[in-house]
Design a protein around this ligand. Structure first.
Ligand code: DX5
Ligand code: ZN
Length: 219
């Protein structure tokens, strides 16, 4: 598949969210990444179900909801009802991964598992056949604007190797510290959805999206 760009609204101006979203949509972004944090799984609090619901009414872009929350299974049905199209929950925040993945799929959304930088790819071996995507965190989740952890490249490559064997349709999404300057090596390693927050919304979002798309379109 062709690579997709998912701007993360975490770095957008929340007071002008509608116009921020419109800018990236018009510039050609493919998905909108929504970071949900609960102050328990990660040391930060962001937005929840009502915000997803109101964004849903403002854009045609698929909503890629990244749940950084404990007990994700309690809230997933409401996020999907609010308009989430892609849902990822953290491997480290759940026990019954297979059950939660089935729950997401039955409700009609794409199911993904997100993994922290210190969680090995091998932990996913049994669940990979059931997933639509894996979200590889290339920073420690919780904040925008952090530095890309270089060892993530090897992890993406490992995941690609494993997916060729276990689930060739698996989509690899990468999130954290992605800039126009380092996106090529991330794509080369096997990523097909790239999330970018600060690198899209700081400065001129339309320009930034276009700069990213130039790089993505080479793959
Ligand atoms: C971090 C979030 C990311 C964040 C990325 O916990 O999951 O989606 O918005 O921000 P940047 O691209 O600035 O690293
Ligand atoms: Zn995210």
């Amino acid at each position: 598949m062709k690579p997709l760009l998912a701007p993360s609204i975490l770095s957008a101006d929340f007071g002008n969210l509608e116009s921020e979203i419109r800018k990236v949509e018009e510039a050609g972004a493919h998905l909108l990444h929504v970071d949900v944090m609960d102050g328990r799984f990660v040391p930060n609090i962001t937005v929840g179900i009502p915000v997803v619901e109101s964004i849903r009414g403002k854009t045609r872009l698929p909503l890629d909801v990244h749940l950084m929350i404990v007990e994700p299974e309690k809230y997933i049905p409401r996020f999907i009802e609010a308009g989430a199209n892609w849902i990822s929950f953290h491997f480290e925040a759940a026990v019954h991964h297979h059950r939660i993945v089935s729950q997401i799929k039955e409700l009609g959304a794409k199911a993904g598992i997100a993994i922290n930088p210190s969680t090995p790819i091998s932990s996913l071996e049994e669940i990979i056949p059931y997933l639509d995507f894996v979200l590889v965190m290339s920073v420690n989740p919780g904040f925008g604007g952090q530095k890309f952890i270089e060892s993530s490249i090897r992890k993406i490559e490992k995941l690609r190797e494993l997916s060729l064997e276990l689930n060739p349709k698996l989509i690899i999404e990468v999130d954290g510290g992605i800039k126009v300057e380092n996106v090529e090596k991330i794509l080369k390693a096997g990523a097909r959805i790239v999330v970018a927050g600060s690198a899209v919304f700081k400065g001129d979002p339309e320009r930034n999206v276009k700069d990213f798309l130039k790089k993505l379109n080479q793959f």
